[in-house]
Design a protein around this ligand. Structure first.
Ligand code: GAL
Length: 672
C-alpha cells in the first residue's frame, strides 16, 4: 500500500444498498482516494446473534477496495454493542452517578470494565483480526471509536475503584491523610467504606476523592485500549493499531492511552463559522499541535470535517469554498500523514443524517466533491512529505491532571484550563512560531521557550525539570494558578506559587478572582509597551484573575491599573541560572500576549515574524534525510490576505495553502 501521504474517507457499506458499492469505489478511485476506514459501528451486522458471525459482506467490499488498490483500515466494532447483547447482558450498561442504568440508545453506554463486555469484545475482535490478518489490503485497526474516560458507577467499577485505592494508598490511615478526611468526619476505618463519588450532591464531595475517580476512569480506558491492542497484535503482529481521540468532556490521559499504540489519530472538526466562532483563530492548529505532541511523532486524522455539522443541535453553516481542502492541508502542515474525511456520503437514516459527508443525500457529487478531488490531487503531488517531521523551539506543557482538577473546582468565571493554554499558543502562532504541545513530564532540553501555564497540581518531577531548563538557559513562562495543590488535590500551605516562587522570583500576597470584569493593565516595560499594537486593541486590560505579586528577585513588567491593588505587579521577569523566567499573574487581552511573546522571543534570541496578518499560519516540516524542508503558509480566514515573506509579496485566498519546498543541508544531529 501507498507509502506517501494518505487521503481518504470513512465509509459505511452497511448503511447502503449493495448496488451502490461498486460505483462508490469507482468514484473514490477516480477522485484519488487511497485509504478508507470502515466498521466501527457494524457489530450487529458482523455478529447478528451471539456466536453467529457474518463477515461475507465485509469480505466483498474489502475485495472491491483491494481491486481498486485502495487501502482498508478496519475498526473493532465495539463502540456499538448490538441490541441482543444489551438485552441478554444488561450488566454491561454503564450506571450513572444516581445509580441508574443509562438508557441504552444505540451507541456507547457500555462499561469498559465489564468482564462480560470484554469477553464479547474479545470474541468479535478475534474473529475479525484472524479473518483479515493475511489480507494485504487491510493494514490496521482503529480500536473502538472516540473512547472517553467515562465515569461509570456500576458494581464492577465500584469494586475496581476500591482495589485501585487500596493499591495506591495501602492503609486507610494513608488514605485519610492524603485526602484530609478529618474534615467533615470523612475518615474511613475500613476500605469497604470506600465508594466511587456518586450521589446527587457533587458539590459536597471531597475534591481529593473526585480527582482520584477521574484518574481511575482514565486508567480504566487506558486498560481497555491495552487489552484490545494486545489482542490484535497477538493475532497479527504486523497490523498498525491506533484509536481515534477527540477533545471530549472526560479525556483520558492521552500520553498513557497511546503508549502501546503505533500512532495517534484525531477527529478534526474545525470551526465552520469564522471569525465569529468563540474559539480564537489558531484554535484548530492548537488541537493539531496537541495531537502531534502525544507521541512526538506524526499522526493521522481519522475523521475530517466535510460539511455542515448537525443532528442533535441546529445545523452549522456549510463548509465555505476552500475549507475542505484548506483544513486538510493545515492538518498535514502540523504533522498529519493521513487525512480521512467523515464521511463519504451523508447518512439518510439514523441520528446523524444531518452531519454531512463529502457527497450529499442525493448522491449527486457537487461542489465539495470537486474540491475534495483537488485535495486528493494536491496530496498526490506532495506525497513525499509523508514521514517528514515538525520541529519547534517553543514547547507548551499539558497534563490531564490540571484539566480534571480545574473542571472539578473552576477557579473563576470564564477560566478554563484549555483556554489558558490556548492564549499562549495563539500568541506564538501569531508571530509565526510553531509550538509543540507536550506532556509536562517530557524532556525539555530541546526547547528554548517553555510555556508552562496553570501548573495547578504540583509535581516535583515537573518542577525539577523547569528549574533545570531555566538554569541551563531556557526561557520559562509560568502563570497564575500554579503551585496551588499537592498531588492529592489539597491546597499547599505556603505562599503561592509555592514550588515555583524561587524560579519566578515572586510571591503572591493575595489574589482576586474577577471573572468577566476587565481591569486596566499598565505595561511599564518600555520594550513591551513599544510592541503593543493599539490598532488591534486600544488599551491593555486584564480579566478573570489577578495575582497581587511581590517581587523578590523579579522585576515588574506590568502592573494593575485599577482597584485597591493599582500599581501592584501583575507580570514579571526574573533571571534564573542562565535563563529567563516570566510570571503572568493575570489573564490579559490577546494583544498583550502577542506583544509579550515578541519580547520573550527577542530576549531568548529567537527570530519571529513581525506583522504577520492575523490568521496566517506558518509551519515547517523537515525531511528525515536533512536535505529538504517544506514551509507551509496557511490562511486560516474567510478573506484574502497579502503577506510579505522571504522578500516577496504573496497573496493567499481564503483557506489557501502555499507550500514552499526548500533544499537544505542539515546535519544528522540537528535532525535528531
Ligand atoms: C465523531 C464520531 C463519529 C460521528 C461524528 C459526527 O465524533 O467519531 O462517529 O459521530 O463525530 O458526529
Amino acid at each position: 500500500m501507498a507509502d506517501g501521504l494518505k487521503i481518504g474517507v470513512d465509509y459505511y457499506p452497511e448503511h447502503w444498498d449493495k448496488s451502490l458499492w461498486k460505483n462508490d469505489v469507482k468514484l473514490m478511485k477516480e477522485a484519488g482516494v487511497n485509504i478508507v476506514r470502515m466498521a466501527e459501528f457494524a457489530w450487529s451486522r458482523l455478529e447478528p446473534a451471539e456466536g453467529e458471525y457474518s463477515f461475507g459482506w465485509l469480505d466483498e467490499i474489502i475485495y472491491l477496495f483491494a481491486e481498486a488498490g485502495i487501502e482498508v483500515f478496519l475498526c473493532t466494532p465495539t463502540s456499538t454493542p448490538p441490541q441482543w447483547l444489551f438485552a441478554k447482558y444488561p450488566e454491561i450498561i454503564q450506571v450513572d452517578k444516581n445509580q441508574n442504568r443509562i438508557p441504552i440508545g444505540i451507541r456507547g453506554h457500555r462499561c469498559l470494565n465489564s468482564p462480560v463486555y470484554r469477553r464479547l469484545s474479545e470474541e468479535i475482535i478475534t474473529k475479525m483480526v484472524e479473518r483479515y490478518k493475511d489480507n494485504k489490503c487491510v493494514t490496521g485497526y482503529q480500536i473502538d471509536n472516540e473512547l472517553e474516560a467515562n465515569h461509570c458507577f456500576c458494581p464492577v467499577c465500584e469494586e475496581k475503584f476500591r482495589n485501585w485505592i487500596i493499591g495506591k494508598y495501602g492503609t486507610t490511615d494513608e488514605l485519610n491523610k492524603a485526602y484530609g478526611n478529618n474534615v467533615w468526619s470523612g475518615e474511613f476505618s475500613s476500605f469497604s467504606q470506600v465508594k466511587p463519588p456518586y450521589g446527587g450532591h457533587q458539590q459536597w464531595l471531597n475534591p481529593s476523592h473526585t480527582l482520584d475517580y477521574s484518574r481511575f476512569a482514565s486508567d480504566s480506558t487506558i486498560d481497555y485500549v491495552k487489552f484490545q491492542c494486545g489482542l490484535i497484535k497477538s493475532i497479527d503482529s504486523h497490523a498498525l493499531v491506533t484509536t481515534n481521540c477527540w477533545l471530549c468532556e472526560n479525556m483520558p490521559d492521552f500520553y498513557k492511552l497511546f503508549e502501546k499504540l503505533d500512532f495517534v489519530s484525531y477527529d478534526n472538526y474545525p470551526a465552520l463559522k469564522l471569525p465569529e466562532d468563540k474559539e480564537t483563530i489558531y484554535s484548530h492548529s492548537f488541537h493539531l499541535d496537541l495531537m502531534r505532541g502525544i507521541k512526538k511523532k506524526n499522526f493521522w486524522i481519522m475523521e475530517q470535517l466535510s460539511r455542515a455539522t448537525g443532528g442533535w443541535m441546529p445545523m452549522s453553516q456549510t463548509t465555505r469554498p476552500g475549507m475542505v481542502k484548506g483544513y486538510a492541508m493545515q492538518a498535514v502542515a502540523h504533522g498529519a500523514d493521513a487525512v480521512l474525511h467523515f464521511r463519504w456520503r451523508s447518512a439518510v437514516s439514523g441520528a446523524e443524517m444531518f452531519w454531512h459527508g463529502i457527497i450529499d443525500h442525493s448522491n449527486v457529487p457537487g461542489r465539495r466533491f470537486e474540491e475534495f478531488k483537488q485535495l486528493c490531487a494536491d496530496i498526490a503531488k506532495y506525497s513525499n512529505i509523508a514521514g517528514s517531521q515538525v520541529k519547534n523551539r517553543v514547547a507548551l506543557l499539558y497534563s490531564s491532571e490540571h484539566e480534571y482538577a480545574l473542571k472539578l473546582q473552576p477557579q473563576t468565571e470564564g477560566m478554563h484550563y484549555f483556554g489558558q493554554l490556548k492564549l499562549l499558543h495563539d500568541a506564538f502562532a501569531s508571530i509565526g512560531l510553531g509550538v509543540d504541545i507536550i506532556s509536562e513530564k517530557e524532556d525539555l532540553s530541546k526547547y528554548k521557550i517553555i510555556a508552562a501555564p496553570t501548573l495547578f497540581i504540583t509535581n516535583n518531577e515537573v518542577a525539577g525539570n523547569l528549574y533545570k531548563a531555566a538554569r541551563n538557559g531556557a526561557t520559562v513562562i509560568i502563570t497564575n494558578r500554579s503551585g496551588v495543590k499537592d498531588e492529592y488535590n489539597k491546597c499547599i500551605m505556603q505562599q503561592l506559587p509555592t514550588l515555583y516562587s524561587e524560579l519566578a522570583g515572586v510571591y503572591v500576597t493575595e489574589y482576586d478572582s474577577i471573572g468577566s470584569r476587565k481591569l486596566k493593565l499598565d505595561i511599564i516595560n518600555e520594550e513591551w509597551h513599544g510592541k503593543y499594537n493599539r490598532q488591534d486593541n486600544p488599551y491593555p486590560y486584564c480579566t478573570q484573575w489577578c495575582d497581587l505579586l511581590e517581587c523578590t528577585s523579579a522585576v515588574s513588567l506590568a502592573t494593575y491599573g485599577e482597584d485597591f491593588y493599582k500599581g501592584t505587579a501583575a507580570v514579571t521577569h526574573n533571571y534564573y541560572g542562565e535563563g529567563n523566567v516570566y510570571y503572568i499573574g493575570t489573564v490579559m487581552d490577546r494583544q498583550s500576549y502577542i506583544s509579550l511573546a515578541k519580547v520573550i522571543a527577542d530576549k531568548t534570541g529567537i527570530q519571529y515574524i513581525d506583522g504577520l496578518p492575523s490568521g496566517i499560519e506558518i509551519t515547517y516540516r523537515y525531511g528525515t534525510d536533512g536535505r529538504k524542508m517544506w514551509k507551509f503558509i496557511f490562511n486560516n480566514t474567510t478573506s484574502k490576505k497579502e503577506i510579505f515573506i522571504d522578500g516577496k509579496n504573496m497573496e493567499i485566498g481564503a483557506f489557501g495553502m502555499e507550500i514552499v519546498e526548500i533544499e537544505i543541508n542539515m546535519s544528522k544531529e540537528v535532525m535528531e
